[in-house]
Write a protein that binds this ligand. Structure first.
Ligand code: SIN
Length: 307
């Protein structure tokens, strides 16, 4: 089963002359599969869930995608799923699906850095690798496959805007490699238990009713004015992308503590590309171990459950 959501993997050249002149999310997922060699013992079914540039991904689309993923995972003859996706927000969609569904079978997101119409597209190989991972014995959880590397949803991040292997799992490293169609496991497949009732709660959210959670950045010269403005606008939570081990400029921290005192949930993540915030006894703002964009998803889901 392959679900299409768009991205550069489904990109097609537009009238411009440069390599980057293409529109993401143009080629149907069924067409992407048509270019692959037939797989033994596997029937591939394609479903177009969306056709977007993933910079425009959002909770309504995540909700639709989670529903389709849950539907297909409930079919006993489906061994695993592949989802084609743009690279830009792939790590966020992966974490959303992992948190909401925590699947016991593999849900493999894959992508490309070159459009389908490029001279040498990377999408077909990534798609073939993703299918190999979806069929691998014991594979489970939400995974991302790109350039022969398999990443867990919790660890994966896009770290480069252009190169063909733009993802990193930081200190954790990839879960597996795909070598000539064979999956070589480097560490255990990610495990996770679904939060009771969460998938159902997500499926019930009405359009426009997703809790608003924003990210504020701690940087040299940061102050708390943005926090006050966001609180006044009715945000349901804030993530602060702190420096280093989640440290926060004193002026910004004062504003965040004031918001917490007024009942606004705040999580503290790190803007560092690698590593995790280590919590300490005296922390005044709770630490989150994942990246700010993933912490934002957790806080959004938390606000949803609380509402
Ligand atoms: C997108 O994220 O949809 C565009 C960029 C890409 O897929 O690499």
């Amino acid at each position: 089963m392959v679900l299409g959501t768009g991205g550069t993997i489904a990109g097609a050249a537009t009238a411009g002359a440069g390599h980057l002149d293409y529109r993401a999310g143009s080629v149907a997922v069924g067409q992407l599969l048509a270019g692959l060699p037939a797989l033994q013992d596997t029937t591939l079914v394609a479903e177009q869930v969306a056709q977007v540039d993933s910079k425009d991904m959002g909770p309504a689309l995540w909700q639709a995608l989670a529903a389709r993923v849950a539907h297909w995972l409930a079919q006993p003859d489906v061994r695993g799923l592949v989802v084609t996706h743009g690279t830009d927000t792939l790590e966020e969609t992966a974490w959303f699906l992992q948190r909401v569904l925590a699947p016991q079978r593999p849900v493999v997101l894959t992508c490309a850095m070159r459009p389908a119409t490029a001279l040498s597209p990377d999408g077909p190989q990534n798609l073939a690798d993703a299918l190999a991972v979806a069929a691998a014995d014991g594979a489970q959880g939400v995974l991302a496959v790109c350039a022969g590397r398999v990443h867990a949803a919790a660890d994966v991040a896009k770290v480069h805007p252009y190169r063909l292997d733009p993802f990193s799992s930081g200190d954790a490293g990839p879960v597996a490699l795909v070598e000539d169609g064979r999956v070589r496991l480097l560490r255990p497949w990610p495990v996770g238990a679904p939060t009771p009732g969460l998938a159902q709660r997500v499926s019930q959210v009405q359009a426009g009713a997703w809790p608003r959670v924003e990210i504020v950045l701690s940087h040299a010269g940061a102050d708390g004015r943005l926090v006050g403005e966001l609180a006044a606008q009715g945000v349901r939570g804030l993530v602060v992308a702190g420096t280093g081990n989640g440290s926060v400029h004193e002026a910004l921290e004062a504003a965040l503590l004031e918001a917490v005192a007024a009942g606004l949930p705040v999580l503290r993540a790190s803007r560092c590309l690698e590593g995790r915030v280590l919590p300490h006894g005296g922390d005044r703002l709770p630490a989150h171990p994942l990246s700010p964009v993933k912490a934002r998803i957790d806080l959004q889901l938390q606000a949803l459950v609380a509402s």
